[in-house]
Design a protein around this ligand. Structure first.
Ligand code: NOJ
Length: 562
């Protein structure tokens, strides 16, 4: 089993700009987070993943850092951070920082120096190249639309940015950069932080020579993910980081690694690798996109058989070899109840079903702020309501390419990252209790009904269901460590599996849709003595356990006679 505290922890992700505004300027802040620690403790949270709070011009809400060792003034001061850390620790909770090592802000002093001249000592901190044939050095496309190259006239050169042009990529081939980053990470660890989520870590190494990607359709730019994702040298760099820095502390680490399957993930998280504890994979996030290569905006309906296949592979391949990080939503993804559930007719039932799924898989569960009350996509009316740089770039790019406004908005309403970034809904007062001032982005209009205060009062709320599930996870080792086995792989509506560990065994039954399929109790499992641990419906008195007619989005977790 190889028990570890970070395997047994429940993580809650905070996107500070939208969590709680204590200063009254419409922007969430650190004092706001501190004021909600009791709420998180009560929910059962062990670790807080704090999205970036470093000094930043905020072109990408903090993922563009201009000073790694200072706090974004709108979020507060270093004293506020120290207090948050102390207060979290005093409640037995840990804080995991979100660290962006692939790039900095273009306002970082390193970049300002780097761009000032070709012989500046910091020139090679970033990736500079001369243009080719009157254009950029290669044809790679940025994650946020357009070329990865931005021209800078100071030295008549281009710098590389995989994300926004305000986020130049660091050059990890330069040992001076690596040393600076190691020192900075040490600095945070000495302060007592409990771990890191390493942003975009899969991309810190680019293919030698920065070659053009294949371009059969002769497009101006092409998605070249394979040329800057999960390349071998990433592992060498992570092993060095581990051995020289991380290893000396009892912390948890999770890497953001798009573009890999579970076998490749073992290179990062395999028990013997000395790299990371776990990674965020993206395969389930691409099930509603035409193909990973065509980008997320090209939407198709997702399908349960594919979801089962992806999740089951991750569950089985990593078992006893590494460890999973499980999530259904975060600050980059739509709200899970709007995406995998039904936010129209079965918001409560389907959010609870998804919670059951998230919290009964093997791996550390990550809950994104608001998920515990079933917050939904806001479906904003117009592009004016959106703030996210990726969304706005996509909108302008597609308008230029002649795509009709309504088709663009349809994709944005489903997939924009702002879906998850609307202010946390604390109560039914103005601005949902998030702030006294007009928030930086509109509050979801359903806040009168969907909010923490209402959820806490209602014993049948999604919030109370999460609380119960988290408590069960702490009570039964099998929920954390049990081996996963998929049942009914071909059933298009029911997702069911068992988890087995020493003398404990669990059966999880999830109806993923609004129909009423029949679950036939597996022959090898004895229903006598099966104890219902939790369900989002009350069992009816006359039900036939052998042939269970599931209600829409019904979920059940049984502890079985072993
Ligand atoms: C992934 C982060 O989660 C996302 O929010 C950010 O825009 C990019 N990395 C770039 O840092």
């Amino acid at each position: 089993m190889n028990p570890k505290w970070w395997k047994e922890s429940v993580v809650y992700q905070i996107y500070p700009i939208s969590f709680k505004d204590a200063s009254g300027d419409g922007i969430g802040d650190l004092r706001g987070v501190t004021s909600k620690l009791d709420y998180l403790k009560d929910l059962g949270v062990d670790v807080i993943w704090l999205c970036p709070i470093y000094k930043s011009p905020n072109h990408d809400n903090g993922y563009d850092i201009s000073d790694y060792c200072d706090i974004q003034p709108e979020y507060g001061t270093m004293e506020d951070f120290d207090r948050l850390l102390r207060e979290a620790h005093s409640r037995g909770m840990k804080i995991m920082m979100d660290l962006v090592l692939n790039h900095t802000s273009n306002e970082h002093p390193w970049f300002i120096e780097s761009k000032s001249s070709e012989d500046n000592p910091k020139r090679d901190y970033y990736i500079w190249r001369k243009g080719k044939n009157g254009g950029p050095p290669n044809n790679w496309e940025s994650y946020f639309s357009g070329s990865v190259w931005e021209y800078d006239s100071t030295t008549d050169s281009y710098y590389l940015h995989l994300y926004a042009k305000q986020q130049p990529d660091l050059n990890w081939d330069n040992q001076a950069v690596v040393d600076e980053l190691h020192d900075m990470i040490h600095w945070w660890l000495k302060k007592g932080v409990d771990g890191f989520r390493f942003d975009a870590i899969a991309h810190i190494v680019k293919a030698q020579g920065l070659p053009d990607a294949d371009n059969p359709n002769r497009l101006p730019t092409v998605r070249a993910y394979q040329l800057f994702s999960n390349l071998d040298k990433v592992h060498t760099l992570l092993q060095n980081l581990h051995d020289q820095v991380l290893f000396h502390y009892d912390i948890m680490t999770v890497g953001e690694t798009s573009g890999l399957g579970p076998h490749q993930a073992l290179d990062y998280v395999g028990d013997t690798r000395r790299e990371l504890n776990m990674v965020f994979q993206f395969e389930h996030m691409y099930l509603d996109a035409e193909s990973p290569g065509s980008g997320k905006w090209n939407i198709k309906p997702w399908n349960l058989l594919e979801l089962k296949k992806v999740m089951s592979e991750w569950q089985t391949v990593l078992h006893n070899q590494g460890w999973n990080a499980n999530y259904l939503e975060n600050h980059d993804q739509p709200r899970s109840v709007s995406r995998f559930g039904n936010d129209l007719n079965y918001r409560v039932e389907s959010a609870k079903m998804l919670a059951t799924f998230l919290l009964t898989l093997e791996g550390t569960p990550y809950i994104f702020q608001g998920q515990e009350i079933g917050m939904t996509n806001p479906s904003f009316a117009s592009i004016e309501d959106y703030r996210d740089v990726e969304t706005l770039n996509f909108y302008h790019d597609m308008r230029e390419k002649g795509m009709p406004e309504e088709s663009i908005m349809k994709a944005i309403r489903k997939k924009s990252r702002d879906n998850a970034r609307t202010p946390m809904q604390w109560d039914n007062s103005e601005n949902a209790g998030f702030s006294k001032a007009q928030p930086w982005i509109n509050v979801n209009s359903n806040y009168m009904e969907v909010n923490v205060a209402a959820a806490q009062k209602d014993p049948n709320s999604i919030y109370n269901y999460y609380k119960e599930l988290i408590a069960l996870r702490k009570k039964y080792k099998v929920i954390v460590y049990g081996e996963y086995k998929l049942l009914l792989p071909l059933d298009p509506e029911i997702y069911a599996y068992t988890r087995t560990c020493e003398d404990e065994r669990l059966l999880v039954i999830l109806n993923f849709f609004d129909k009423q399929p029949v679950f036939e109790w597996p022959r090898e499992i004895n229903p006598e003595g099966a104890k219902l641990l939790i369900s989002n419906y009350k069992p009816s008195s006359n039900e036939n356990v052998n042939k269970l007619t599931l209600r829409p989005y019904e979920s059940r977790v049984y502890l079985l006679d072993s």
